[in-house]
Design a protein around this ligand. Structure first.
Ligand SMILES: NC(=O)c1ccc[n+]([C@@H]2O[C@H](COP(=O)([O-])OP(=O)(O)OC[C@H]3O[C@@H](n4cnc5c(N)ncnc54)[C@H](O)[C@@H]3O)[C@@H](O)[C@H]2O)c1
Length: 386
């Protein structure tokens, strides 16, 4: 089967590499010839580098390169069996592309969007045959990140979902099923990692270095929230938070932080700008972590319980299954443990007590405990019963 990729930016290029490596001929289209050229140069350089490093042999690199076609006309995607769209995050542009793709491709071609935050149902709604449209949400960089969130629209045919999921698994990906709701799994469940970190900072409870230290050294996370936000880019991370907040009809649980907004306004976007929460200039002075075990534990537990609460609520609202929720966070964003498994290990009653303490102190809806956690605590149940 030939694969089509629309949009040859960071994600489209990565997805094209994954598909060509899996043995498909891939046709990559972009409406900007410069972007297409950049994608070709970048992909060829990456494949040559993989060969130089001995990760793949020369013949394999050449063969993969030979399966990549960079086309300047959308009509060239006519023969593809699956098209993955990865253009800018703009609903109107995506809808118009899907309407065109539907007219160009065969009736049984699957049309997928890599959108992070838009409604897949709304994109499918632009098609006459919406049952063949779904979301395939890859993570950046697509060749390295194992997770793909498979997101059926309201209209998607179950057979299309099964076919797409199987294909992703054949590409060596870990495919989890997520309901078409803002942020799907990862971008929803991970919000408190940033949001609660920022809140703790704004309250003046600790500085960024201390919060990062608590999450890595005590919590076992690979990066602390501030190092991670600087890595992702504060502009990108803030935009996701804002869009999730709006899409949830301004549920205070997802409220963005002024601190991050100001950083974006100042151009302190993170690593790429040389400055974010940290200053990346050589010999720049950065805050030191206050390595107080009690304070660190308090910070870690507050952020973790908010993450657990979010994961439990996603299960409560049938966004994804228990296993897919834990897989998405461990394999997708490298959390040290699945959040629902963590809840069991910590004790569900303990999680409820911690949420109630936060709620009692702040009287803010953002700290409301998920009804599922409360019901489970009352019934003495665990997420993973033996
Ligand atoms: N960057 C991430 O971390 C990430 C992760 C997962 C999903 N996504 C999603 O993937 C999509 C692409 O993101 P990206 O980071 O690769 O963006 P990008 O800006 O790197 O690339 C977008 C590409 O789309 C092209 N484009 C714009 N309009 C087009 C059109 N009408 N027809 C054809 N091509 C067009 C642009 O020329 C550009 O090359 C977005 O929907 C984004 O939300 C991004």
């Amino acid at each position: 089967m030939k694969i089509g990729v629309v949009g040859s930016g960071a994600m489209g290029s990565g997805i094209a590499q994954v598909a060509a490596t899996a043995g498909h001929e891939v046709l990559i289209y972009d409406n900007n010839p410069k972007a297409l050229e950049k994608s070709r140069d970048g992909l060829f350089a990456i494949l040559n580098k993989l060969a130089t490093k001995g990760k793949i042999d020369d013949a394999t690199a050449k063969a993969i390169q030979g399966r990549l076609y960079f086309v300047e006309n959308l009509d060239d995607l006519a023969e593809t069996g699956l098209v993955i769209e990865a253009v800018v995050e703009n609903l109107e542009i995506k809808k118009s592309i899907f309407a065109k793709l539907e007219a160009i491709t065969g009736a049984d071609a699957i049309l997928a969007t890599n959108t992070s935050s838009l409604s897949v149902t709304s994109i499918a709604g632009a098609c006459k045959q919406p049952e063949r449209v779904l979301g395939l949400h890859f993570f950046n960089p697509a060749p390295l990140m194992k997770l793909v969130e498979v997101v059926p629209a309201m209209q998607t045919d179950q057979a299309v979902v099964a076919q797409a999921k199987e294909l992703m698994e054949n590409w060596g990906k870990l495919a989890v099923l997520a309901k078409d709701t803002p942020g799907f799994i990862v971008n929803r469940v991970a919000r408190p990692f940033y949001g609660e970190g920022l809140r703790i900072l704004e309250e003046g409870l600790a500085n960024v270095a201390t919060i990062d230290w608590a999450m890595t050294e005590i919590g076992g996370f690979r990066m602390g929230p501030f190092t991670l936000m600087d890595f992702i880019g504060n502009d990108v991370n803030y935009a996701v938070t804002e869009s999730v907040f709006q899409a949830f009809y301004y549920d205070p649980r997802y409220k963005p932080a002024f601190t991050q907004k100001r950083l974006v306004e100042a151009g302190w976007l993170g690593r790429k700008a040389g400055r974010g929460y940290y200053n990346y200039a050589e010999s720049a002075a950065n805050p030191e972590a206050e390595k107080d075990e009690n304070l660190g534990r308090h910070i870690f537990e507050r952020i973790l319980v908010m993450l657990i609460n979010e994961a439990a609520d996603a299960l409560f609202l049938n966004i994804a299954s228990r296993d897919d929720l834990d897989l998405a966070m461990t394999k997708g964003v490298n959390y040290p443990k699945g959040l629902l498994k963590w809840a069991d290990d910590w004790g569900i009653e303990n999680c409820v007590a911690k949420m109630d303490l936060l709620y009692d102190e702040y009287r803010e809806d953002r700290y409301r405990c998920s009804p599922l956690l409360r019901r489970m605590a009352e019934a003495g149940r665990h997420f993973y019963e033996n």
